[in-house]
Design a protein around this ligand. Sequence first.
Ligand SMILES: Nc1ncnc2c1ncn2[C@@H]1O[C@H](COP(=O)(O)OP(=O)(O)OP(=O)(O)O)[C@@H](O)[C@H]1O
Length: 265
Amino acid sequence: MPQPLLEAQEVTVRFGGLTAVDAVSATFMPGELVGIIGPNGAGKTTFFNAISGVTQPTSGRLAVLGQQLAGQGPHRFARNGLARTFQTPRTFADMSVRDNIAFGLKFAGKRPRKYVFWGEETGVPWVLRTADSILGLIGLNAQADVPAAAITPSQQRLLEIGMALATRPRMLLLDEVAAGLTENEVEEMARLIRRLRDELDLTVVWIEHAVTTLLRHVERVIVLHQGKKIADGTPREVVRNPEVIEAYLGDEMNDETSKTEGAEA
Ligand SMILES: Nc1ncnc2c1ncn2[C@@H]1O[C@H](COP(=O)(O)OP(=O)(O)OP(=O)(O)O)[C@@H](O)[C@H]1O
């Protein structure tokens, strides 16, 4: 059995009297594509913040490839191969799209670790070597010289993914990268995410409210509700779980159905 890429054990995050993440344990294996879903305020982003070092867990353990990192800052997690996006894209507005990617590459260049590809330490895959090849991978070649402020919201999201890839991660954490996109753009985003996982042998963890698309593309789903993990299984298992239907999926599916009915009316 290979070593988990990331293992969270009983991770709890409290903000004053509020328990945003309540003793959540989860294991992420190399090459997995895992979705995280749950209602607003369920603790999804806070869990992401905890497993990427952005927020210190109040208690619990976090191991990246067996190395305990709880209590360390985000740079330490990044050095160990974690890269993430944020709900509001964090790009440099005045810099060109290419220079934004080049910034990520510069950050990666300072890292002593070699890229791990298909389980072995190798050189960097060619697609992650230059800003232009990364732009090709995410489909932003035509925007290379445009300032980041001038590209569309969906291109901003792609750019943020490109910046994360430029740090040459083993694990990519995506926080609502499809928010605000049209149905077609959401589907394209899902395909890109799968392609990145397949071609770069990445572990991808993806938080999204576009549940039907997400469930079609991931192999495993974790469901959070009021800070607790209430399900962890294949999409098939999770959609049949009565607790998940009660807490979340009933409303989400109804919303998506009524949107479709509304569009058809
Ligand atoms: N820095 C903070 N200080 C205090 N409370 C916070 C902080 N960050 C999050 N919370 C609270 O923690 C709970 C979990 O929030 P979180 O953003 O993790 O949920 P979420 O599942 O990502 O929600 P959404 O789907 O709306 O993004 C919420 O009640 C939120 O108000």
